[in-house]
Design a protein. Sequence first.
Length: 486
Amino acid sequence: MHVHLIAVAGTGMGSLAGLLKAAGHEVSGSDVAFYPPMGPALERWGIELMEGFDPKHLDQPRPDLVVVGNVCRPDNVEARAAIDGGLKVTSIVGALRDHILTGTAPLVVGGTHGKTTTSAMCAWLLDQSDAKPGFLIGGLPHDFEQSFRLPATQGTTPTGPNGPTGRRPPFVIEGDEYDTAFFEKTPKFWHYRPEVAIITSIEHDHIDIYPDEASYRAAFVGFIERVPADGLIVAHGADPLVVELVSNHAIAPIAWYGLQGDDWHGMPPHWLAAPAGTDGPGQTFDVFVEGSQVGRATLPLTGDHNLRNALAASAATSQGFGVPARQALAALSTFGGVARRQDLLAEVGGVRIIDDFAHHPTAVRETLRGLRARYPEGVLWAVYEPRSATACRSLHQQAYLEAFNAADRVVFPPLGRDNIPAAERLDLEALAEGLAEQGVRTDRAASIDAIIALLSEQTRPGDTVVLLSNGAFGGIGVKLPKALAQ
C-alpha cells in the first residue's frame, strides 16, 4: 500500500511514517521544511520527501491512503485536494488504529507533561526485559535507532517476564490529548484502546482547542474511562487533578506513584521514590512498592520530574506487563534519554548548548531547575520561544515568572503568533520587568540572527544555553554551534 503523509515532519507524523515503512508500505510525505532531527531521520528511514504543500504531490503516483497531520488547517491545499479528489483520507490515530495496533496490548502514556520521556522509558524497560515491544515515540529516543518499532509478534500471548499478565505483545505509544485532525475533533488518546495507561499530570494546556479547564478535564475523563476493568492506570498521586479525575472515573485498577515529600491528596502511594543523592551526571533514588523497598536505582537524567517519569515507567512495565521490578530499576541506569529533552547538542569553547521541548511554564520550570542542579557553574541562559497557542497567551503570565527563576539570563524572541487579540496576548515586556525584579536579566531579540549574535558576544566558558521551544525555532540548534565555533 502506498501511504502519503501531509505534514510529515512533525515528531508524531514522522515516527508514523517510519513505522508504516517498517510494516512494508511505500511511504511518502510532504511538509514546509525538514529540519533536524526529524528531517534527516525521515531520509534515513527511506521516506520520499516533498517540500511544500501541493496537490501535485498526490499524483506521484496517487496514494492508496492519505494521512493528514493535525497541524493542517481546512484550507491546506494538499489535504483539500485529497479529500475533494475522493482519496481515502485518515488521521494519524486512524492509521495507527487500523494498521498498527491490532493484535497488541497498548501502553498509552498520557498527561500534560513528560509523555515523550516516559514513553521512551517504558519502551526501554520492556526492551531490556526481552519483551520485544512495539512503540511509537513522539521524539527520537537515543536508545533506539528509530522512534518506532513493530512488536516482535502480534496477536499472541507474550512469554517470559510478561507471561503472568496474559496480555498480548506490548505496544508503547505516546497519548497526546490534542485533537486528531481538522475533520476529526476528538482527542488522539481516545482512539488507542489502552490496556495499560500512565497519567503523569493534568494542567490546562492547548487553549486553542480547550478554551477552559472544564473542556480539558473532559478529554482526560474520556481517556480514563476507556481503560478497561482488566487494565491498569498508573497515576501521579501528587497531582490534584489526576487524583480527582482518576478516583472518580476509573473502572480499571489504579497504581498511584510519586516522590517522598509529595502532597498525596489522600492517596497512599503504591510506588514511591525517595531521592538518595546524585551520582555523577544523574541522580540516585530508592524505590518502595506497597511500603517495601525493592531496590535503589540510578537515573542519568536530572530533575524531580524525571524521577516521577522513571517511577511511572517502572510501575507500568512491572505491574502492567510483568517485568520484575528490580530488573526495571536496573535498566533505568542505562536509559539514554530523548532528543530535545535536556539534549546536549554541542559544547563549543566551553559553552554547553542544550535543546529542550519545554514550553508550558511547569515544564520550563522543572527543566531549568534540573539543569541548574546539574550545571551549577557559569551563567544559565534560557532562550525561550513562545510559539504554541497556549504559550503566546496571557493564561500563564504569572506562572512564567516562577518558571524562569532558576535561570540567570533569559532571551525572548517575538511571540510566535500574530493573530492573538492584544487583551489575550502574553506580555513579554511585563514578564521581563517581573523577572528583573527577581534578579533575572532579560533580553529581547527581534530575530534568530539577533539571538545568535547576542549569545556569540556574551557567553563565556562554563555557561549553559538552553533552547526552549516546541518547534524548530528557526533552526537555531544548528546555527548557534556553528556561530560559536567561529
